[in-house]
Write a protein that binds this ligand. Structure first.
Ligand code: ASP
Length: 418
């Protein structure tokens, strides 16, 4: 990593949050002034996030599908990989939502009525969501920001481009460039987050006092618990059952990529180490490691799904909305599909959270409450994302007879000496 001078971005965001809380406390007697002079800064930041959602999701998802030429060639391995990715992400979001419901993530805290700038819409039935998932007018969906419809349209266009082959190359290149541009814009937006977070939190604190932040401790705890349970239940069990390999060895050997993902908050940045560990320490064959892991770094986001489930329910509760089972099903569906379009870079999951909220009609403004400490969430969710990728590579390799068990079972130290 490059060694830049100055404070790192997460630290700057934390400072933005702390200064915002202090200014908010000072303005507690005068929330109108906070609304008039400081809230617009936060609104501008939210608009920036909203600005990038549709083009980012559309182009990156489309490219994710259209780029699957290798998966087609790889056939059975591709199918197994996708089944594992989607099944585990669906379980992750169910764990996230389940824990958030069970442990009452909002802790009965509801913003006072005058803070609720949002009017609850009639929640659509899940069956209607399913029927409407196929847009009859995709351009209208893009314009209206109908996320599920946009995701489905992107999958169709991506699939069409895959089928069109050479002829679709120009369009592919266009959206490939668009995706890159959108990722650059996202990174740029994240650089403004310290000021954005300041602008978002001051009016909330000025109106409610700092006690509004207390429920956050609960949210962080539940996300970490969800990630821990997911690793123990899903990864450990699937390695034990499907690959019939010792689980302790797996967790010992993945410590390095896990820790790197935790500290960098980037699946893509961790990829070189994941590739190395999967092959040299867990015995995954090169073809499988180099197919599953890069794909996983962009497509498979179990930790992110847990975070999104917990935060979506938290924000809904804080806004006094109770999510119907059909809305929660919509969250599961949107999150699983959205994970394909989430880039493996820091902060991407928060942008996608905005999309998930928009998808079920929860106020995007609620992001204000969790944005300031996004890095704390990002660290754990990225580390789980990476564990999921590596677990998948082990299971697929074993099922294809492409896992060298002697390497897997060799103690780490002996391997280094060899
Ligand atoms: N930082 C995560 C990753 O790289 C994505 C996210 O923000 O959730 O996997």
């Amino acid at each position: 990593m490059s060694k830049k001078k100055g404070l790192s971005l997460p630290l700057q965001i934390l400072i933005g949050l702390i200064v915002g809380v202090i200014v908010g406390i000072m303005m507690q007697g005068n929330p109108d002034a906070a609304n008039k002079f400081i809230k617009p800064i936060g609104t501008l930041f939210l608009n920036l996030i909203k600005l990038v959602i549709v083009p980012l999701v559309f182009s990156s998802l489309l490219i994710g599908v259209a780029d699957l030429k290798d998966a087609k060639q790889i056939g059975k391995i591709g199918a197994k990989t996708f089944v594992y990715f989607f099944a585990t992400t669906a379980i992750a979001i169910v764990i996230g939502l389940g824990l958030a419901n069970l442990l009452n993530v909002g802790g009965n805290f509801v913003l006072p009525a005058d803070q609720l700038t949002y009017e609850a819409k009639e929640a659509p039935q899940f069956i209607d969501t399913l029927i409407n998932i196929v847009p009859s007018n995709p351009l209208k969906s893009l314009v209206n920001g109908e996320m599920l419809q946009i995701i489905v349209f992107a999958l169709f266009v991506g699939g069409g481009l895959l089928a069109a082959g050479e002829k679709g190359q120009a369009v592919f290149n266009f959206f490939d460039g668009m995706t890159d541009a959108m990722i650059h814009i996202t990174n740029g937006i994240m650089k403004t987050a310290p000021i954005g977070v300041f602008g978002l939190i001051v009016p909330v604190i000025a109106a409610n006092g700092p006690k509004v932040l207390l429920p956050l401790i609960r949210v962080v705890g539940i996300v970490y618990l969800g990630c821990f349970l997911h690793a123990i239940i899903v990864y450990a069990t699937s390695i034990k059952i499907f690959a019939k390999l010792p689980v302790g060895t797996f967790f010992k050997k993945v410590f390095e990529p896990w820790a790197l993902a935790f500290t960098t908050s980037s699946s893509s940045g961790t990829l070189p180490v994941s590739l190395e560990v999967a092959q040299k320490e867990l015995g995954v064959s090169k073809p499988i490691a180099s197919f599953v892991l890069p794909l996983g770094a962009t497509v498979n986001m179990d930790g992110t799904a847990i975070y999104q489930g917990v935060c979506a329910l938290f924000i809904a509760q804080v806004y006094g909305l109770s999510l119907t089972p059909s809305q929660q099903l919509t969250i599961v569906l949107t999150t699983v599909l959205a994970s394909v379009g989430t880039a493996g870079v820091p902060g991407a999951g928060m942008i996608m959270l905005a999309m998930v909220l928009q998808g079920v009609g929860i106020p995007v403004e609620g992001i204000a409450l969790v944005a300031g400490i996004d890095r704390i969430f990002d660290m754990i969710r990225t580390s789980i994302n990476v564990l999921g990728d590596i677990a998948c590579s082990v299971i697929v390799a074993k099922s294809e007879g492409q896992l060298d068990e002697s390497v897997y079972r060799t103690e780490k130290k002996e391997l280094k000496k060899a």
